[in-house]
Design a protein around this ligand. Structure first.
Ligand code: 2IT
Length: 448
C-alpha cells in the first residue's frame, strides 16, 4: 500500500475514533487510489487527501417540535457540507433513528464521488436527523419538517447547498420543507431543494430515477458480459422508493424482482413484482408509514419469511436496496454459495468492506452503489437545470438524459480501472473516475 495513503488512513482513524461508517468508506475509497496517487506526487505536497477526508463544514442543531399529544420532543439535526470543489453541496436528507454524525459523514463523503461521477456540477453534502417518521401523523411530520427547516434554511440555497430526499424523506416531506423555506426566506427559490412535486418545480422521472438508473447500469454490466436482462431473476432487499423503481423498470425489460424486505422479514413472490397492481401497492406500503414487508405477502398471498433477509433466495442478480451494512460476511457467503453472478449495490454502502472484497475475490461481478444509485442525484441535477431555466422538460427527455448518464458512468468507471491495470473492476473504477474531477478542481483552486 502506498505510504501517503497509509498515513492519511491512519490519521483519519485517529481523528475520528467514534465514526466507524465514515472510516469504512474512507478506507474503501482510498484503497482504490494507489496508482493515481503514485502518478501525481503533487497531490501529497498539496495535502490533497488530508483535505478530501475532512468535511468543509459540519452543522449540528437542535430541532424542537410538539407531538399530537402536546409533548415537547427534541431531535438532533445535521448538515455535512463535505466538498464544494465542483459545485454547490448536493445530497439528500435522511430522517431515521440510526442517523448520527458517522452516518452523515459517510454519506457526505460518498456523495462527493457519486456526484462527480454524474458529470454534472454538484459538490457533496448530506443531512438529516435521528427523527423516526414511522408511526407519526401527517401533522407531526409537518411540524417536524418546519422545525428542521427553521434552522437549516440559513445554511442552504440554490447556489450554496441543495438538499433532497433520502430514507424517511420523500415528496411529502420535501413539500413541507420547501413551504417553510419559502416562508422564512420571503422568496420563491425552488432551486433550493430537489425531489419537489410537479406543481412547484419538480422534475418528471425524479421519483423513478434512482431505481431506473440502477437497472440502466445493470444493463450496461450485462452488455459487457454478453448477457441480457430479459428473463433474469433479481433478489432485492428494501421496499421503498428505490426498490419500487427497480421493480418497475425490471418488469418493463422482462426481468423479475422476486423478493422485497423490511425490518420484519422478507416476501418471496416467484411470479415477480411485475403487475401494475403489485408495483402500485409498494408505494402504498411506503406511504402507510407501517414499515412492514408482510403487508405485501398478506395482500398477494405469497410467502413471508419473518425475521430473515432475502439473500437465502437464489437469483441471477442481487440488489441490496435497503440501508448500509446489511451485507456482512455471512450474507456474502450465502450470496456466493447461491451461485449469484452479479452483485449490484444500490443502497449507499450496503456491504461491509470485508464482504465486498470477498465477493470480488470470488469472481462475482460487483458494482458499487456510488455508481449504481447515481441516477437519483443526477436527475436532481436535471431538476436544478429546469428550475434555473424556469422550464419543465418532458418525461422522455429526462429519461433519455438519465439513461445516457448511467451509460457514461459505467463506461467511465470501466475505463478508469482499465487504465490503472485493474481490469473490469467497477468498484475501483468508480472511485478513480469520481476522484479525478474533484482532485483536478481542488488542485486548481489552491489551498482551501
Ligand atoms: O443518496 C443519494 O444520492 C440521494 N439520496 C439523492 C440525493 C439528491 O440530491 O438527489
Amino acid at each position: 500500500m502506498n505510504a501517503y495513503i497509509n498515513r492519511v488512513l491512519e490519521e483519519t482513524k485517529k481523528r475520528n475514533p467514534d465514526e466507524p461508517e465514515f472510516l469504512q468508506t474512507v478506507e474503501e475509497v482510498l484503497n482504490s487510489l494507489e496508482t493515481v496517487i503514485e502518478q501525481h506526487p503533487e497531490y501529497e505536497k498539496a495535502g490533497l487527501l488530508e483535505r478530501l477526508v475532512e468535511p468543509e463544514r459540519v452543522i449540528e442543531f437542535r430541532v424542537v417540535w410538539t407531538d399530537d399529544a402536546g409533548k415537547v420532543n427534541v431531535n438532533r439535526g445535521y448538515r455535512v457540507q463535505f466538498n464544494s470543489a465542483i459545485g454547490p453541496y448536493k445530497g439528500g436528507l435522511r430522517f431515521a433513528p440510526h442517523v448520527n454524525l458517522s452516518v452523515m459523514k459517510f454519506l457526505g463523503f460518498e456523495q462527493t464521488f457519486k456526484n462527480s461521477l454524474t458529470s454534472l456540477p454538484m459538490g457533496g453534502g448530506k443531512g438529516g436527523s435521528d427523527f423516526d417518521p414511522n408511526g407519526k401523523s401527517d401533522a407531526e411530520i409537518m411540524r417536524f419538517c418546519q422545525a428542521f427547516m427553521t434552522e437549516l434554511y440559513r445554511h442552504i440555497g440554490p447556489n450554496t447547498d441543495v438538499p433532497a430526499g433520502d430514507i424517511g424523506v420523500g415528496g411529502r416531506e420535501i413539500g413541507y420543507l420547501f413551504g417553510q423555506y419559502k416562508r422564512i426566506r420571503g422568496a420563491y427559490e425552488n432551486g433550493v431543494l430537489t425531489g419537489k412535486g410537479l406543481s412547484y418545480g419538480g422534475s418528471l422521472i425524479r421519483p423513478e430515477a434512482t431505481g431506473f438508473g440502477a437497472i440502466y447500469y445493470v444493463c450496461e454490466v450485462l452488455k459487457h458480459e454478453n448477457d441480457d436482462i430479459k428473463g433474469k431473476t433479481i433478489v432485492m432487499s428494501g421496499f421503498g422508493n428505490v426498490a419500487w423503481g427497480i421493480a418497475t423498470k425490471a418488469a418493463q425489460l422482462g426481468a423479475k424482482v422476486v423478493t422485497l424486505s423490511g425490518p420484519d422479514g422478507y416476501c418471496y413472490d416467484p411470479d415477480g413484482i411485475c403487475t401494475q397492481e403489485k408495483l402500485d401497492y409498494m408505494l402504498e406500503m411506503r406511504a402507510s408509514g407501517r414499515n412492514r414487508a408482510q403487508d405485501y405477502a398478506d395482500k398477494f398471498g405469497v410467502k413471508f419469511v419473518p425475521g430473515k433477509k432475502a439473500w437465502e433466495v437464489k437469483g441471477d442478480i442481487c440488489m441490496p436496496a435497503a440501508y448500509q451494512n446489511e451485507i456482512r460476511m455471512e450474507e456474502a457467503e450465502q450470496i456466493f454459495n447461491n451461485g449469484t453472478k452479479y452483485y449490484i449495490e444500490v443502497a449507499n454502502m450496503p456491504t461491509t468492506n470485508d464482504a465486498l472484497y470477498y465477493l470480488m475475490d470470488k469472481g462475482l461481478i460487483v458494482a458499487p452503489s456510488k455508481a449504481v444509485n447515481a441516477g437519483g442525484v443526477a436527475t436532481s441535477g436535471l431538476e436544478m437545470s429546469q428550475n434555473s431555466e424556469r422550464l419543465a422538460w418532458k418525461a422522455e427527455d429526462v429519461d433519455n438524459q438519465l439513461h445516457n448518464i448511467m451509460v457514461n458512468i459505467h463506461a467511465a468507471s470501466a475505463k478508469a480501472a482499465e487504465e490503472c491495470g485493474l481490469g473490469y473492476n467497477l468498484v475501483a473504477g468508480a472511485n478513480l473516475a469520481g476522484f479525478k474531477k474533484v482532485a483536478d478542481a481542488m488542485m486548481a483552486q489552491g489551498l482551501v
